[in-house]
Write a protein that binds this ligand. Structure first.
Ligand code: ACO
Length: 325
């Protein structure tokens, strides 16, 4: 049976050049490298330059993904940008990236699911490609979270960083078997009852300001392991595969303790987990494609490998995507 699969043809990433270490942060707020590293696994993060916008970060990642996919921007007919830090309230920052790439066809829009945004973007693009509406998609996660942090709140400002990652997806007619390349299964969830646990205290309709990030860290932590574990199990079940079949876990990089807790709960071998939170901090929607790009660049992810990506974020939103590389 021939079916359409969304195959990842290439990935790319971009990190701003400015590194902010835990030591640097200890000069801004009452914190220490020991506290941050022990509670989160984070050692450093990148901070965008004043003149670098989310669209600049996303554009650089998109260009690298296109180059690696050996595709021209004109081959793309769908751009989904996952971000919670758009350049402006509107238009969608994805349209800036579309214009900068010189693309005149197809559609470009932003996806807002906070840290789960890249997973939501991948699943959405996959459905557009599978139904035949679009042929090739750029899915980008790009964030400048440094702009919405309260730099006087040590419980949140130490956790996040800036960056971008992107993949190029292409609709290909394949055989409909588990060895096919491309996205095999995806699952998305949200539960708005928890929207006040992690949010930004501003917005165009409510305060007419951008606002700052607020979080009940303990509550987020409590839900993260449970929600992530259950969505992984659901996604694997959908694909008819066991956790042992997975070659690489590329999780949202929020906190090393969440990653370790999830791995223990569902029995993931720690050698299979791609971890970049130490170097990037939590880059929200950019964290999964940044981690994916790291593992592709260093040769861990090889053709034919089964890669499981998952995330949880504000809303709460959460989801997972299983892809054959
Ligand atoms: N440096 C030093 N001390 C700090 C800092 C800091 N940066 N931040 C908080 N503290 C203090 C607190 O004030 C508190 O002091 P007190 O006992 O005197 O009141 C103490 O440390 C303990 O605070 P807790 O909030 O209970 O610390 P906890 O062990 O829960 O760790 C953390 C906090 C790291 C935020 C944790 O709750 C966590 O990781 N939560 C998950 C949040 C997360 O990852 N969010 C990302 C977005 S959501 C997602 O991506 C999944």
């Amino acid at each position: 049976m021939t079916i359409i699969r969304s195959v990842i043809r290439g990935c790319g990433a971009y990190l701003p050049s400015r590194v902010m270490t835990n030591e640097d942060l200890s000069k801004i707020v009452d914190t220490s490298d020991e506290w941050i590293a022990e509670r989160t696994g984070i050692r450093e993060r990148r901070i965008a330059a004043d003149d670098e916008l989310t669209s600049d970060l996303g554009l650089a990642a998109a260009r690298q993904a296109l180059e690696r996919a050996e595709m021209d921007a004109q081959d793309i007919d769908l751009i989904i940008l996952a971000t919670s830090t758009p350049d402006q309230t509107f238009p969608a920052t994805a349209t800036t990236i579309q214009a900068e790439l010189g693309i005149r066809l197809g559609a470009a829009f932003d996806m807002q699911a906070v840290c789960s945004g890249f997973i939501y973007g991948l699943a959405t693009a996959d459905n557009f490609l599978k139904c035949g509406q679009h042929k090739r998609a750029l899915v980008i996660g790009a964030e400048t979270f440094s702009r919405i942090l309260d730099w006087e709140d040590r419980s949140t400002c130490v956790l996040f960083g800036d960056g971008a990652g992107a993949v190029v997806l292409e609709a290909q007619k394949l055989n409909g078997v588990a060895t096919d390349r491309g996205i095999i299964a995806s699952r998305l969830r949200s539960d708005g009852r928890y929207r006040k646990k992690l949010y930004v205290d501003g917005g165009p309709s409510s305060t007419q300001t951008v606002g700052r990030l607020r979080m009940d860290g303990r509550e987020v932590f409590r839900h993260a392991v449970t929600n992530i574990s259950s969505i992984i199990e659901e996604t694997l079940e959908l694909a008819g595969l066991s956790v042992d079949a997975v070659d690489w876990f590329v999780p949202h990089q929020a906190n090393k303790r969440i990653l370790d807790g999830t791995a223990r709960k569902i029995g993931i071998d720690s050698d299979k987990i791609v971890i970049t939170v130490d170097k990037h901090g939590n880059t929200s929607a950019a964290s999964i494609p940044l981690a994916l790009n790291t593992a592709v660049e260093d040769g861990r992810v090889q053709d034919g490998d089964l890669v499981l990506m998952e995330a949880m974020g504000g809303g709460f939103t959460w989801g997972a995507v299983l892809v054959r590389w």
